[in-house]
Design a protein around this ligand. Structure first.
Ligand SMILES: [Mg+2]
Length: 269
């Protein structure tokens, strides 16, 4: 989940910039770059990932696995309690936050994949991981492509975290989950079908965590924070997260999100 936070934060100030600033460090110091002061931080990806972690932890306390309705309740409560000050929430999600019946809306946006990372920590088998990923997606993104994007992200991370060196083959051969590759966006749509092939491209040949995330957040026209969050989720499981990056990220969390982030991190098993 730290990897997700770092990827989100590294993308936060690059998201709406035409120039993806590959010259800047992954997490630059705002004291040295004043233009960053209100632009770098955690965005919707991390806020909703905290909700994923807290939902899984609450269900575990009750000795059960959370279903779509449980995830929906947490996304709704936390989404409404924590306004997203950098980047904002997605348009359809904003409308859903007003719907007290919390009905899923058939989305295949990449929001299902950006927030799914914490389920990896709550799953003792790959089957359980894919089931939790599907449930978290189905809370809002119940289109098959939304669910597939969440299962791919979580499945890759779980398998890497458990020593598998070729998770894509396992997911394709055992579960029929696979994507091709793309090196860039030809248009900006923020959907799973576009984002996952790009995430896999960024992970191909990456030499370490920071390299993978840097490739993700500097993709031209990229949905930088979400691509960063997805690649950060998988890269954390594959490479681990360098301590200095973890510390830099922790220092840059906005004050109003600090308790939420700490609660979510402490809720991980
Ligand atoms: Mg975001």
């Amino acid at each position: 989940m730290i990897g997700l936070f770092i990827g989100d934060m590294a993308g936060s100030f690059r998201e709406f910039s035409k120039n993806k600033r590959p010259d800047l460090p992954l997490l630059p110091d705002p004291a040295a770059h004043p233009f960053l002061q209100t632009k770098i931080g955690l965005t919707d990806d991390s806020i909703l990932a905290c909700a994923t972690a807290l939902c899984c932890a609450a269900a575990r306390e009750e000795g059960r696995e959370p279903g779509p309705a449980d995830f929906a309740a947490f996304y709704h409560r936390i989404g409404n309690a924590f306004p997203c000050t950098i980047g904002g929430y997605g348009g359809m999600f904003r409308v859903w936050l007003q719907d007290n019946e919390r009905r899923p809306y058939g989305s295949f946006g990449n929001g299902s994949a950006m927030r799914v990372g914490p389920v990896v920590h709550f799953a003792s088998t790959i089957e359980q991981c894919l089931s939790l990923a599907a449930a978290s997606s189905a809370a809002t993104h119940d289109h098959p492509e939304g669910i597939k994007g969440a299962r791919m992200t979580a499945g890759m991370a779980w398998l890497y975290a458990h020593g598998e060196t070729d998770p894509e083959t396992v997911l394709r051969e055992r579960w029929g989950i696979s994507y091709g590759r793309s090196a860039g966006y030809d248009h900006f749509d923020a959907i799973c079908q576009e984002t996952l092939p790009l995430a896999l491209y960024c992970l191909d040949g990456a030499t370490g965590f920071a390299d993978a995330v840097k490739r993700a957040v500097t993709v031209e026209n990229g949905d930088s924070d979400t691509l960063g969050a997805i690649v950060g989720t998988i890269a954390e499981a594959r490479f681990g997260v360098p301590v200095d990056l973890r510390d830099q990220m922790a220092a840059l969390i906005q004050p109003e999100l600090r308790d939420l982030a700490n609660d979510a991190l402490s809720a991980l098993p």
